[in-house]
Design a protein around this ligand. Structure first.
Ligand code: ADP
Length: 574
């Protein structure tokens, strides 16, 4: 039965019973009223008339006044005949009264009338008795029926009271719980409401929805599993080692390559804390070294040398932080890391071969260039023979070219040293002024050729600095040479040295062409030259200078404004 029908029938029945109760009460009250009215009108009045007639009859003498009184009451009685035999008795009274009127002193007539009146009274008293017993039974019946109907009302109201709230509220409660379950992704939840009411239909709709959600979740899960498998296959087939970690640094996955280079078995690595694996594995320890850095995103580390595939291999490590923004939130959340190793062995081998080649060639070049220089010096010697002006000019030009060749060879040799990681340093307390003076002396001819003044500023007493004097002097010569090369004729190059806390700062300032902002951080890269630079050069000087200074624990930098000039500086520790 539908809830609506149930409610309508329950409350409707109650309503009907209340109306019935009211109608019955009204009916019985009216009939009780009628009964008592009956008694009053039909019998009580007769008794009154009879009493009056009796009193009139008792009057001595029974004169015309008494007779009138008697007659008036008799008349009223005649109009109030209600009982069986009452008419006959009344007629008798009339008859006997008429006789008495004609013979007023006839005593037997008086007693006859008295008897008639007594009979009349008796008749009416019997009627009162009968009628009151009828009223009594009407009252009893009324009590019974009203009680019965009231009881029925009460029972129905009680049944409604006990059942209706539960009938309506319980399914809603069950449904609310089930909806909560669904919200918690428990798509197996179903509701079971008995009957074919509205709740039954609701349950059916709810269950259909849950089934569809379950199907959807399963198909989604299936998709996710397939997607996961695809990614796993992809990762496993990658030739580069890949390790995935969750936010607690548990190993989520490691492909075959990763297992191969770490020498670990998947069961002793995957699912375990990577720190535990790092305890006994140097490589894993190296891999997780920068894991706690604030921002690892795309950060590539220096090459790792790993013994893999039966030979030394070189890998470039990259740690990628996995950050997500959870649905409905705005803050990013770190949920793990991926450690990737790119196999750069081939490039490294080529690089080594190139470095070796450069090293060998530049070394081999040095001897012939030196002998050319020596021959040039001999040819310039007047003792060997007089040269005409054209020959002298040719020799000067050969001298310039061989100087340039020597410079390039020197730079290439230094580069080979830097790239092979074999910078030989002899760091010891060194006088900064000594190095500066040496560099300025070496470069002064070059400066004077272009009428560029070299101006030195320094503090009188400077402490010694921890430096490799040869490499630092090389850097100073390179910076001053650049300042001269990229300055205008007749300008000044300022060289300064000053102590700042526990460091010594060397600076070379020019008022030359300057460097545009976008190239400032590139000029220290190998082979980089600012596009459009007209002067000859290799783009190696600053790169080698950087390596030399950093190898000594110092730092190098530049401040420059395009068209105004540049200041190159480096610092070394005391
Ligand atoms: P090279 O001078 O041999 O080209 P460097 O490594 O010494 O190589 O310099 C790299 C580039 O930086 C130069 O090509 C030049 O464009 C720029 N550069 C270096 N020093 C200066 C300077 N003092 N003023 C302007 N540009 C400079």
């Amino acid at each position: 039965m539908k809830i609506k029908a149930k409610l309508i029938s329950g409350v409707g029945l109650l309503f009907a019973l209340i109306i019935l109760l009211a109608a019955m009460s009204g009916f019985y009250i009216t009939s009780l009223k009628n009964d008592s009215n009956n008694i009053l009108v039909a019998n009580y009045n007769t008794l009154e008339y009879a009493r009056n007639m009796m009193l009139a009859l008792e009057e001595k003498p029974f004169d015309s006044n008494s007779q009138q009184l008697f007659e008036a009451n008799l008349k009223k009685q005649k109009n109030n005949v209600t009982e069986n035999e009452e008419l006959e008795v009344t007629n008798n009274i009339q008859l006997h009264f008429n006789q008495l009127k004609s013979k007023p002193n006839e005593t037997p007539l008086t007693s006859l009338i008295r008897k008639d009146i007594a009979k009349l009274m008796e008749l009416n008293m019997l009627a009162i008795e009968r009628k009151s017993s009828i009223a009594q039974s009407t009252a009893d019946e009324a009590v019974l029926r009203i009680s019965f109907t009231g009881m029925a009302c009460f029972l129905i109201a009680f049944v409604l009271l006990v059942n209706l709230p539960g009938n309506i509220a319980d399914p809603i409660k069950n449904l609310t719980n089930s909806i909560k379950q669904i919200a918690n992704q428990n798509y197996k939840e179903r509701v079971h409401f008995e009957g074919h009411n509205e709740y039954g239909e609701l349950a059916q709709s709810f269950n259909t929805m849950a089934i569809k959600l379950e199907e959807y979740a399963e198909s989604k899960l299936d998709k996710i599993i397939k997607g996961k498998k695809r990614i796993e296959t992809l990762i496993n087939n990658m030739h580069d080692p890949v390790i995935g970690l969750d936010e607690d640094k548990n190993v989520l996955f490691a492909n075959d390559e990763a297992l191969k280079i770490t020498g670990l078995k998947s069961e002793e690595f995957i699912g375990k804390k990577i720190e535990n694996a790092a305890l006994n594995n140097d490589l894993v320890r190296d891999l997780i070294k920068d894991l706690n850095d604030a921002n690892n995103q795309g950060k590539k580390n220096k090459n790792l040398k790993i013994f893999a595939d039966g030979k030394e291999s070189y890998f470039e490590k990259e740690i990628i932080d996995i950050n997500i923004i959870p649905t409905g939130e705005s803050e990013t959340q770190l949920i793990g890391h991926v450690i990737m190793l790119h196999n750069v062995t081939l490039f490294k081998e080529l690089d080594i071969a190139k470095t070796n080649y450069i090293g060998t060639v530049s070394h081999e070049f040095k001897t012939p260039i030196s002998s050319i220089k020596m021959s040039l010096a001999l040819l310039n010697n007047q003792k060997i023979g007089q040269l005409n002006p054209e020959q002298k000019q040719l020799l000067d030009s050969i001298n310039d070219d061989s100087d340039r060749l020597l410079k390039i060879t020197g730079e290439l040799l230094n580069l080979a040293q830097v790239e092979s990681g074999n910078i030989q340093l002899t760091i010891k307390p060194t006088d900064p002024m000594g190095m500066i003076q040496y560099a300025m002396d070496a470069i002064k001819t070059q400066a004077s050729q272009r009428n560029i003044k070299l101006q030195l500023s320094y503090h009188d007493t400077l402490p010694k600095v921890m430096a490799d004097s040869e490499k630092t002097t090389w850097v100073l010569i390179n910076l001053i040479a650049n300042a001269i090369r990229y300055s205008y004729d007749n300008s000044t190059v300022y060289v300064s040295v000053e102590q700042i806390d526990r460091t010594m700062k060397f600076a070379v300032k020019d008022t030359g062409i300057g460097i545009s902002d976008r190239y400032k951080n590139k000029i220290f890269d190998r082979y980089f030259r600012v596009p459009g630079t007209l002067k000859e050069g290799t783009g190696l000087g600053l790169a080698i200078s950087k390596e030399f200074i950093e190898a000594q624990g110092g730092s190098i930098g530049v401040e420059s404004d395009l068209g105004i000039g540049s200041t190159f500086f480096f610092t070394l520790h005391l």
